[in-house]
Design a protein around this ligand. Structure first.
Ligand SMILES: *Cc1c(COP(=O)(O)O)cnc(C)c1O
Length: 380
């Protein structure tokens, strides 16, 4: 097929990325097996929007003929109040992936570099490529967290962004307060650090830092003048389909990102759901965190019983070394369970399993022994 368009070469490399949702769509075709599919491939919160958020969405539908508030001031003020920071430091967008896109647009010239761990969230790589800039993936430590020393060594004069996923997706590894602090102290002044805390609310570890309060808040943070911290409503708040995330970052970067942003990107329903979610009592989120940690332990024990090594995870997911990831993921799909093969992430022997509800995990644990996973004995 020929085309009359000149597509920017930077986009040509991007077509390989597909989300786990593809398999869900395929299941709707007649030849596929009957029954519901268990979706453990996308790290979504498994609980749905909080009741108060569902109520807020229902109430907001009636005003669906009106454009949303242009600068999202109401939600930005609520986020600012929640964290005790000024509204001018808060940027809201249609998911944190969109924020990565705007950071690229604001900070990367063709030929610049963005550095991050590998394997990690694919958007760091893809949003860098889109600008004609160069993604630099630095292998993780054996425990599955970012190797901050190696990342610092990979920095060049062209490096403009350094992403730290804490905890990392897909491995689940954490950086401690001391490690993040030391990294920020040593990072050269020409690089913008982006601390991605998408799974913040799942973490229950005293050494895990709160990037907003400890590093990015203007009153207290030594790194407030350049640090970006990302949070999302897609995970524990259960709003992945409503697309809302935010960044806490320096006011001039907020201004630049807002100039680059598509107008009315975040819709009325997402804004209403996010506001209600922030206002929800802390115990509702704590309950989800505790359940997730309990279920993660259950899955970890089942994997150990099968001889499948996994990485210690602080998030709502586990990276498990099953052998041939594509084969095992396809076999699990045949048994009605979707997990994510990490082949395109550079870990073809591993899958990532989202920690679902108890019935969802029971389904997975029953299906796993019927796949051709490789049993590993002894050390991983
Ligand atoms: C899921 C995830 C996000 C959130 O993406 P949204 O666009 O906000 O849905 C961000 N970073 C990482 C590392 C993630 O795994």
């Amino acid at each position: 097929m020929t085309t009359t368009f000149h597509i920017r070469p930077a986009l040509a490399q991007l077509s390989r990325y597909r989300t786990g949702g593809v398999a869900v769509l395929r299941r709707t075709t007649p030849e596929s097996a009957p029954g519901p599919l268990v979706q453990l491939a996308q790290n979504e919160g498994s609980y749905g929007p909080l009741p108060s958020a569902q109520q807020a969405v229902r109430a907001a539908i009636a005003a669906g003929n009106r454009y949303p508030e242009g600068d999202y001031s109401t939600l930005r003020r609520a986020i600012a109040a929640h964290h005790g920071i000024p509204e001018e430091r808060v940027f809201v967008a249609g998911g944190t992936t969109a924020i990565m896109h705007y950071l690229s647009l604001c900070l990367l010239e063709p030929g610049d570099e963005a550095v991050f761990g590998r394997p990690s969230f694919l958007a760091y790589h893809l949003e860098t490529l889109k600008m004609g800039a160069t993604p630099v993936g630095v292998p993780l430590t054996a425990e599955g967290s970012f190797d901050t020393d190696a990342i610092l060594r990979a920095i060049t004069p062209r490096t403009k962004i350094a992403y730290l996923a804490n905890p990392n997706n897909p491995s689940g590894g954490l950086l401690t307060r001391a490690e993040v602090s030391d990294f920020l102290d040593r990072l050269p002044a020409h690089v913008v650090p982006v601390l991605d805390e998408a799974y913040f609310e799942y973490v229950d570890d005293p050494d895990y830092p709160d990037g907003i309060h400890e590093f990015a808040a203007s009153a207290t943070g030594r790194h407030a003048h350049r640090l970006v911290v990302l949070r999302t409503f897609s995970k524990i708040y259960g709003l992945a389909g409503l697309r809302v995330g935010y960044a806490v970052m320096p006011p001039d970067l907020v201004q630049a990102a807002m100039s680059a942003q598509v107008p009315f990107e975040v819709n009325t329903l997402g804004l209403a759901a996010a506001e209600a979610s922030l206002a929800a009592p802390a115990h509702e989120i704590a309950h989800r965190r505790h359940e997730t940690i309990t279920h993660r332990k259950l899955l970890a024990d089942a994997l150990t019983g099968l001889g499948i090594p996994y990485l210690p995870s602080a998030g709502n997911f586990l990276q498990a070394r099953v052998g041939n990831a594509d084969t095992v993921a396809a076999e699990l799909e045949h048994h009605g369970v979707l997990v994510r093969s990490l082949t395109t992430w550079g870990a073809p022997d591993s899958v990532r399993i989202t920690i679902g509800t108890r019935p969802e995990l029971d389904h997975l644990i029953a299906a796993l022994p019927r796949t051709s996973f490789t049993r590993t004995t002894g050390r991983r």
